[in-house]
Structure formats: C-alpha cells, structure tokens
Design a protein around this ligand. Structure first.
Ligand code: SAT
Ligand code: MN
Length: 580
C-alpha cells in the first residue's frame, strides 16, 4: 500500500530517510493486521496474553517504569510568536524545537519498522471530523490507535480526497526521560513526539491532535475542541438531554459518561457518546452540536468495579489492552478495586508485595472499543453529532465548591470555566493532590494562549441562538475529617436531573452571588442516607471562602495581562461585587 497524495508520500520518504527504519508498513486497519501485530508483540515479550477463558483477547503491556503518564514539563507548543502559546504552555521557537528533536530522530528507527497510520478523528463521513497520519515505530501505538480512532483504508481515502491532514511523527526512541519531548507545531498542523510510549504522549490522535492542535484549528475555524465527555440523559418518557462535561484527567469523566442509575431511578438511562474529548460546532439551527472524535476508551483501571462503574467493568472483560496493571496466578489482570482475584505480580512485573506499592499503577489504563460499552450510544456514529443542552464544568475540590450551581448566562459560564481548579491526579507526573487552576480542564491541552481561548469562548454568545446552560459540579466535597459528603457514582444522576430540569426552565433554583443554587428539596435525595446538615453544606456557599476564591481567580486571570478579554475581567468584578 502507498498513497496518491504527494504531500503524504513525500513526508513518509523524508521521515524514512532521516530515521532509517528497516521496513515501512502502511496500516490498513484490518483484523489480520491487528492479529499479526499482536502476534509479534507476544513473541518479543512486549505483550502477554491474559487468561483466554475469563479474559478472551485481552493483553497486558508493562511500560518502562519511568514512562507511565503525560509529561507536561516536556510538552511544548511551538508557535512563531511566544505570546500565541501563552503563559499556559511551555513554548519553544519552532526552528529550535525542530532542531532539537530532529537530532533525536536521526537514525532512531534503525532495525525497527516504520508504521504509517492514517486515521480519522470523528465519524468517517462527518463534515466535523478531521484526519491525521501518525508515523511511529511502536506496534503498541498501532494497535492502540486502531481501537482509539477510525484507522486505516477509509481514513486514507478521506485524506486523499481532502488533501489536508495533521502530521504526527512519533518514536519511542530509547525511552530516556532526558531525551523525551512532545512538540506541537499548530501553525504547521504537525506534532513530533519522542522518548515515550505512554498514551497521551504517543497516541498522537488523542491529546496532541484532538485537543492541542484541534483547539488551535477550532479557534481559526469557529468551533471548540474540548476535554469533555458527552452523555445522553434519557428520562422515563424517552426524551434525551445531551450534556457535555469537562473535568481534569482522572476525575471521573469515564464514570459519569457510563453511569448506571440507582434502583430508585427506574426508567432513567445514561448513554455514552464520548468519555474524554468533544468537538463542538455551531449548527445551522443555532444550537451547539457535539461529536466525539474518538472511537475507543483509554480509561483509568484502578477503582473500576461492578459497583463504581459496572459498564466499564463489563467492557474490559474481553478484547482489551491493559497497560501497567498487576496479574493473578491464573493470568488474569488485577487492579486495586477489582472485587475478586489476588495479584501475584505488580505493574513492574515483580512479585507483588503491598509494602512496595499497589499492584496496578494508579494511572494504569485500559484500551477498549467504545462499542463494547453496554451504555454505548449509536448516536456516537451520527455525522451531525448531538445537540448539547448543558455544559458542565467540574473539579476535585475538598472545600468551597458546592455540589452544583448554574451560571446566570453565557458570559458568567465562561468565567465559571476559566476559574476552575482541581486537585492534581496521577494522570500526569508530579505531585498528586495539590489544588491548581485548570480552566475548562484544558490546562495541559489548550494549544494556544488561554486569554485568546476565553475570548473565543465568549464569542459563542453571538454564534448561537440557543446557548447551552452552563453549570459547575463538585462530587468531592469533604468535611474536616476527610469524609465525603456526597455518595457520587450512580447517585450523580440526581444532580444531572436537576441540571436537565434547569435547561427546561423548571423552577428549582435560588439566586446566589456565585450563580443559581438548588432550591430546598429540588435535588431528589430519596433513599440516600444524607443528613440535612450535609445537604445544606453541599448546596450552599460560604461567602468568606468565595470572596477569597474570586480574588484568587481574578489574580490568576490578570496574570494573562493585556490579552485577557474585558468581558471576563468585567464578569469577575461583577461577581466580586455581588459577594460584597
Ligand atoms: O492523556 S491521556 O490520554 O494519557 C489520559 C489523560 O490524562 O486524560
Ligand atoms: Mn483526558
């Protein structure tokens, strides 16, 4: 296989001359190709077959122990002007960045196969989808990209028809953390990533293309690329309300997108369109429409069990790639939160000893096709996408942020998103549990200056006739002793119902300086063991805390200087005044 597209064939030849692989393989995305690659990896030991009887077609990959998460300090946005990348990104001049990584790519594929992966982000026949080609020397990346994207022949046909595609060059290099860089060139629609085989650093269709490069493209083309799940909330009458929700990595997007309602909620159903990324476009009807650019899930494994996330638990019993979990004596995958089995080896392949840490790495992942999810919505394949009624922002906050509140209008909603903060998780290397600002959950993923990004968000009030309502939620409120005040998981549907009622104009809220809070009795807590006092804390605000919070948000926003849109500054001042 090769291509009629000259730009693509020239690029592949140029990369091959530079990286000097032994072979070149054009991926067609077939079952046979997948089986061959798996076979090769079983042979060279980078895959282990898991128990054929209980986990059919499941494989375990253990990464290099220094290569288990995204590396934000080694991730760069390389625009010609530093200010275009903004203080939210690490920046390098494009020429310097190319020089730096090109030296590392020199001869790096000797003795290896160079794989050409044409892929499409979004349904293959959707005008909202965008294509890319990833060149990699990692068969692990190929098999993951096959699950995560629409990969192979059909994507190549679309690329040949359209002519444009994002160029992503990847090599695992020698996995030396000192020689690891994830470089983005938004002006060239190009990515160069070397030295890591980990998901977010290596599956270039995901965070690198569908968020960093796409957010930049979306800015110029008038749409939004967001770190959001998309779910359908279906009521007993069969009506569906589509909700897009942004939370930082490892804060429960996958769980929320696949929620199973508790017994008390007969007739209610959640269907999943996407669990991580949403591309949002203004539709001809004046509404905001969303597609999920991905075709699979790359989810956190620990904590996945029949109680916390029954859908994910079911979907990973077959045809799944496990990365960095432990293993039982009968070759089953094992992770903290799996209700049965016992680990004998840990994620490093060593004998398991609880004294030396967990069996599964806290950021261990599963890769599985979205279609294996029992709550999968066929609307995920709809080329038009789904119409969004509500946008939800959320973080992991011990204090301050109530269970749920609604922004008074779009401009206020943009402030709510821009003011988001969350405790850090194991999805990126660095300290865990530190509160940091993570506007719209895009801190690691916005491919341009946040100030320009907020201005772009604000501009949607002119682009749409029917703006989605905007909300903020926090499932993680704790008391002084660290006890969680809200049960979370399946019971979060109670909050989603309040949100969907708000979108319909139901009178269920009271005004407060920070937005609309649930009125007394408006959140259904029937069957929950929750005290009135806890509920009051969850649905109320502490004005003093919020004065501090708004002050901190204002200071953070001002750190973006002159580029900060006036609308956002004015809105912050308005809320600050309202708090008195
Ligand atoms: O970036 S990953 O795709 O590896 C997962 C995440 O951090 O959201
Ligand atoms: Mn994510």
């Amino acid at each position: 296989m090769s291509t009629k597209n000259k730009d693509l064939s020239d690029w592949v030849n140029e990369v091959a001359a530079h990286t000097r692989p032994e072979d070149i393989h054009w991926c067609d995305g077939s079952d046979e190709e997948f089986r061959d690659l798996v076979g090769e990896m079983l042979e060279n030991g980078s895959f282990r077959e898991l128990n054929r009887g209980s986990f059919p077609n499941c494989y375990l990959h253990l990464s290099d122990p220094t290569d288990v998460a995204r590396v934000e300090h080694l991730t760069f946005v390389c625009t010609s002007k530093e200010d275009d990348a903004g203080p939210n990104n690490h920046w390098m001049a494009p020429a310097d960045a190319h020089e730096k990584v090109d030296a590392l790519f020199d001869g790096c594929m000797q003795g290896r196969t160079l794989y050409v992966i044409p892929y499409c982000m979004g349904p293959i026949d959707s005008p909202l989808s965008r294509c890319g080609v990833e060149i990699t020397d990692s068969p692990y990346v190929v098999v993951n990209m096959r699950i995560m994207t629409r990969m192979g022949e059909a994507a190549l046909e679309r690329i040949e028809r359209e002519g444009t595609f994002v160029k992503g060059l990847h090599s695992t290099g020698d996995l030396d953390p000192e020689k690891r860089y994830i470089m983005h060139f938004p002006e060239e629609l190009a990515i160069k990533s070397i030295g890591s085989g980990y998901g977010g650093n290596a599956l270039l269709g995901k965070k690198c293309h569908a968020l960093r490069i796409a957010s930049y493209q979306a800015k110029t083309e008038g749409w939004l690329a967001e770190h959001m799940l998309i779910l359908g909330l279906e009521n007993p009458e069969g009506e569906t309300c589509y909700i897009a929700a942004a939370f930082p990595s490892a804060c429960g997007k996958t769980n929320l997108a696949m929620l199973i309602p508790p017994e008390s909620h007969k007739g209610w159903k959640i269907t999943t369109i996407g669990d991580d990324i949403a591309w949002l476009h203004p539709g001809e009807d004046g509404r905001l429409w969303a597609i999920n650019p991905e075709a699979g899930l790359f989810g956190v494994v620990p904590g996945t069990g029949p109680k916390t996330n029954p859908c994910a638990y079911e979907m990973i019993q077959h045809d799944t790639i496990f990365t960095n979990v432990g293993m039982t004596s009968d070759d089953e995958p094992w992770w903290e939160g799996r209700p049965d089995g016992e680990p004998v080896t840990n994620w490093k392949g060593e004998p398991y000893d609880p004294k030396t840490g967990p069996a599964a790495h806290p950021n261990s992942r599963f890769t599985a096709s979205a279609k294996q999810n029992p709550s999968y919505s066929p609307r995920a394949e709809d080329p038009r996408g789904v119409p969004i009624s509500a946008i939800v922002f959320g973080g992991r906050r011990r204090g301050t942020a109530p269970l749920v509140y609604e922004a008074r209008d779009w401009r206020h909603g943009v402030l709510v998103g821009a003011g988001m903060a969350s405790e850090t998780t194991a999805a990126a290397t660095g300290n865990v549990g530190v509160v940091r600002r993570d506007p719209m959950a895009m801190k690691p993923f916005c491919g341009y200056n946040y100030a320009d990004y907020w201005a772009h968000w604000l501009s949607f009030s002119d682009k749409l006739d029917k703006l989605p309502n905007i909300f903020h939620v926090n499932w993680f409120r704790q008391d002084e002793d660290g006890r969680f005040l809200w049960p979370g998981f399946g019971d979060n549907i109670r909050v989603l119902r309040w949100i969907s009622d708000r979108c319909k104009g139901v009178d269920n809220a009271v005004e407060s300086p920070i937005g609309r809070l649930p009125s007394k009795g408006s959140i259904d807590v029937e069957g929950l063991d929750i005290s009135d006092a806890d509920l009051a804390v969850l649905t109320g605000i502490e004005k003093n805390e919020w004065r501090e919070e708004i002050k901190a948000i204002g200071e953070y926003l001002e750190s973006f200087g002159d580029r900060l849109p006036d609308g956002l500054r004015d809105e912050c001042n308005r809320v600050s005044k309202a708090l008195g």
